[in-house]
Design a protein around this ligand. Structure first.
Ligand code: AMP
Length: 271
């Protein structure tokens, strides 16, 4: 555990933790604000984790803005920034551990980005041990990641609280993402369609079956400049793709698209 955090915990302080990859935006800040409301001290970490990138160009071009990030964290009154080096996070060498998450790691983001969730879980596991929080805050923007972290906490017996925070959006509905700054003006203008189609799916699923909704939305995307990677409707708890609706269950639609070279994801509870 980091010595400063150990000292604060000995003094009875409650620690909230918000792991990020930096290039902070209002979505990240909403996680920090949630932590500040519920804890005595909030730790934010910034580490662009190489092992969760399956695409080297995406890793190389990932926006890095430490100076601006520090200003934003100071302005919001975040107590502690943990800005580790790769050696701090990977003292034994840069490789992922292998986890068995019971199958959710092999679909959607796991299927499209092989090794991604082992990379995520490896870094989160390490960061949880170093910060030893009382609560950790993750965004629903990365809903499958939130499910993976929940499983990781079971596997590794972390006893603290995991909090999911709703997706923070631009005025036009585009989910905030560090990657948005890399969008060309043309693709930035096209990207709000992702949320518009999620809302449309929510509307359609009131009186249409999931397969029909999926087909309609796939057709809608095919008429845009966005290259659809997947549009899926899944059981919100198991993340298993759903073909029909069962009473008492909630469902969520998940999207991944390429806007030019920039990959964007989003999701919405639809029923
Ligand atoms: P990242 O820096 O992209 O790894 O994200 C760090 C944390 O912020 C993750 O828990 C994300 O799910 C969360 N996050 C990213 N974008 C948003 C957003 N627009 N709204 C809420 N949380 C977000």
């Amino acid at each position: 555990m980091l010595p400063y955090i150990l000292e604060q915990k000995k003094n009875g302080k409650k620690i909230g933790f918000v792991p990020t990859m930096g290039a902070l935006h209002k979505g990240h800040l909403s996680l920090i604000e949630a932590s500040q409301k519920e804890n005595d001290l909030t730790v934010c970490s910034i580490f662009v984790n190489p092992t969760q990138f399956n695409n080297p160009e995406d890793l190389e071009k990932y926006p890095r803005n430490d100076k601006e990030d520090i200003e934003k964290l100071e302005a919001i009154g975040c107590d502690i920034l943990y800005l580790p080096t790769a050696e701090d996070v990977y003292p034994g060498g840069m490789h992922s551990s292998e986890f068995d998450f019971g199958g959710i790691e092999n679909q959607m983001e796991g299927e499209c980005r092989p090794g991604h969730f082992n990379g995520v879980a490896t870094v989160v596991n390490r960061l949880f041990r170093v910060t030893s929080p009382d609560a950790a805050y993750f965004g629903e923007k990365d809903y499958q990641q939130l499910a993976i972290v929940r499983k990781l906490m079971e596997i590794e017996n972390f006893g603290f609280k995991l909090v999911g925070i709703p997706t923070f959006r631009e005025k036009d509905g585009l989910a905030m993402s560090s990657r948005n700054v890399r969008l060309s003006p043309e693709f930035r203008a096209e990207a709000p369609k992702i949320y518009q189609f999620l809302l449309k799916a929510k509307d359609l699923c009131q009186n249409q079956d999931f397969k029909t909704v999926q087909k309609t939305i796939q057709e809608d995307f095919s008429k845009t400049e966005l290259q659809l990677e997947y549009f899926k409707i899944c059981d919100q708890n198991t993340l298993v793709e759903a073909t029909s609706r069962e009473e008492g269950k909630n469902y969520r639609a998940f999207v991944a698209v390429f806007a030019g070279k920039i990959r964007l994801i989003d999701n919405l509870q639809i029923c």
